[in-house]
Design a protein around this ligand. Sequence first.
Ligand code: F3S
Length: 390
Amino acid sequence: MLDGEEGYAARKSMEILVALGEIYGAERLIKIGSVQVAGVSYHNLGDAGLEFLNELAKDGKVRVLTTLNPAGMDLENWKTLGIKEDFAAKQNLVIDAFQRMGILISCTCTPYLIGNLPRYGEHVAWSESSAVTFANSIIGARTNREGGPSALAAAFVGKTPCYGLHLDENRVPDVHVQVNVALTKISDWGALGYAVGKKVENKIPYITGIKEAELDELKSFCASVVTYGTKPLFYIRGITPAAENVQIPKDTVTIEQIDIQNAYDSINDQVTDIDFVCVGCPHCSIKEISEIAELIKGKKIKENTELWVATSRTAKQLADKRGYTQIIEEAGGKFACDTCMAVAPLKGRFKALATTSAKGCFYSRQNNMKTKIGSLKECIDAAVTGKWSN
Ligand code: F3S
C-alpha cells in the first residue's frame, strides 16, 4: 500500500498511519472492527478539506464498517433550520465524497445507537471525543481519540497503529474519584463531567460512589468529562464493564456538592432571555425524544425562540412512527437530524442557549452565545416561555 500498489487513497492513508506509528512508537498495525469519521461539516472543512476528500474519493474505498459524525446541516430539512443555499451546496459535495468512499451517511455522534456497536475489547478507530469516550469506557472497546484524517486513513487500510489506548498498560486508571453527591437530573452528569475533568486533568479516573446510571446520563457524562479535561477513558465501579479488572488507584480526590455547584456556576452565564433551546448533545436517543414529546405536548414554543432536537435520522424515523415528531413539530419545535449546535454555522444567529449538555455549552460559547444548562424540563420550559427560570 505504501508503494502505491493499491492506489492513491491507500498510499496516502498508509503514509498517515506510518507517520503516526513512528511518532507514538507503535510496533505494528492492528485490525479494527469499525471507524467513526469526524470532520464532516463544511463549516470546519472549508474548500481545502473538500478538495482533500475529493482526491481520496477518486479511488478510496473503506474496508470496515465506517460511520459519519454530524454534518453542518440537516441533509433534508436544512432550509427550515435557516441554512443558506451556498453552504448547503458545499455540504452536499462533502457528503457526496464520503458516499463514494462507501461510508454510511449516518451523520451522528451516537454511532453505537444506530448499528456501529463494537464488542467488548474490540479495536476500533473512532474520532469524536464523546463517542471515543463512550466506546472506551461504557462499551470497553479500544480506540485512541483519532482525528478525522487518521480515522479515514484507518478505514481505507482496515487497520490502525497499535499504541496508546489500544495497549493494556495505557488503560490503567491514575486517580480514584470518590463521588459524594447524588445526581438527580441529566445536567448533573454534565456538571459532574466538568468537575471530574477539571480535578483530574488528562488522567484516567476510576470513579466510585455512583450506584446507578442510565444510558443517556452516561453519554452526557462521556461528552462532558473529556471536553473539560480527562483522557477519553474512565471507569465507574459497578457500571462500566472493565471496572472489575483494574485496581482502584491510591491517589484519591473527592467530588462534593460544592464542586457540582461550582461547575454549574462556571457553565451558566448571567442571562434570563433565551432564544435558542437545543437538546441532543450527544444526539438524542429515542427515549429522550419521547420525554421531550411528553413535556411539550399541547404547548407552543415562544415566538422568536427556537427549539432544536438534535438526533440521528434513524432515531427521527422511529420518532415519526411513534408520533413524537408530530407532537414536537405541532408545538413549533424543529428536528435537527444529521447536525448539531457545535458544527452547524450558528455564529451570530442566537444570543442565549438553554441545553441539557455541558459540552453543548462549551462549544456554543465559541459561537458567542450565553449559556444555561439544566434538566430537560427546564429546557422545554425555556422554549415555551423564552425565559430561564432559576
Ligand atoms: Fe455530538 Fe455535536 Fe455534542 S457532535 S457530542 S452533538 S457537540
